[in-house]
Design a protein around this ligand. Structure first.
Ligand code: GLP
Length: 239
């Protein structure tokens, strides 16, 4: 695990953006695994600026998102479909993007076909955030490490964490989601996990120093041969 710690968020995001842009330039057909939440937004902002200024192209890039809420229309501002369009896709020249469909009438069939898509295509570089309880994607504590794309009930702590995106109202937060499983996530050739802020410091300490245990899903990253952590001082403060 390579651990990069930065004094400021700006330095962190400048560095991680450079890293990702280099990967896209050296492999214009790269398969990117993408994440949502507030953490990747400043990375996406930098990818957009670089695309506009330096013309880094995403024409041949394919992207695969980690997860999506169930029970939220795609058009809802907080659906990950709309989030990705607003925060990245509509600003760059990417054409082939995949996000699990949380509105599918047969959600189990959707999970199966997303798993098969991932197996067929493979992810080269997976961008990850982390939940304060150590979840990755929407793999909440106690998700088996050999899980594939599946339907989850969100943990109470995640519903509370995410209420900030839903007018602070717990009742408005979807209670279910469809997510890549842990096995799908760690199948990526390379993983970049970004974490900022004190609220993530406990989970980050577990990821680096804790026992590999399903109770903190992200501890599985210790077993992956090619993981880069990008942390600000606050997220790294318990290391
Ligand atoms: C969400 C997403 C995760 C994300 C995490 C952290 O629930 N499903 O992919 O990493 O929570 O969110 P944030 O970056 O806003 O702290």
């Amino acid at each position: 695990m390579k651990i990069n710690i930065f004094d400021s968020k700006k330095e962190l995001y400048d560095a991680v953006a450079l890293y990702v842009i280099d990967k896209v330039k050296s492999n214009p057909e790269i398969h990117l695994g993408l994440a949502t939440g507030s953490t990747p937004v400043p990375l996406y902002e930098r990818l957009i600026i670089d695309h506009k200024v330096n013309h880094t192209s995403y024409k041949k890039v394919k992207s695969f998102n980690l997860d999506e809420y169930i029970g939220l229309p795609r058009t809802h501002e907080q659906s990950y479909y709309t989030f990705m369009n607003n925060n990245l896709f509509k600003h760059i020249d990417i054409t082939e993007t995949y996000i699990p469909n949380g509105e599918a009438s047969d959600i189990l069939a959707e999970a199966k076909s997303y798993k098969e898509l991932l197996e067929r295509e493979g992810v080269d570089l997976q961008i990850l955030g982390i939940g304060s309880n150590g979840h990755i994607g929407f793999n909440e504590p106690n998700t088996p490490f050999d899980s594939h794309v599946h339907i989850v009930d969100l943990a109470e702590s995640t519903i509370k964490d995410n209420a900030r995106f839903f007018e602070g109202n717990l009742d408005l937060v979807p209670k279910k989601a469809i997510t890549m499983g842990i096995k799908d996530i760690i199948a990526a050739k390379e993983i970049v996990l970004i974490a900022t802020g004190k609220a993530k410091s406990k989970a980050i300490n577990e990821v680096v120093n804790g026992k590999v245990d399903t109770f903190v899903p992200a501890t599985i990253l210790q077993k992956h041969p090619n993981v880069h952590l990008y942390l600000d001082k606050d997220a790294a403060s318990k290391l």
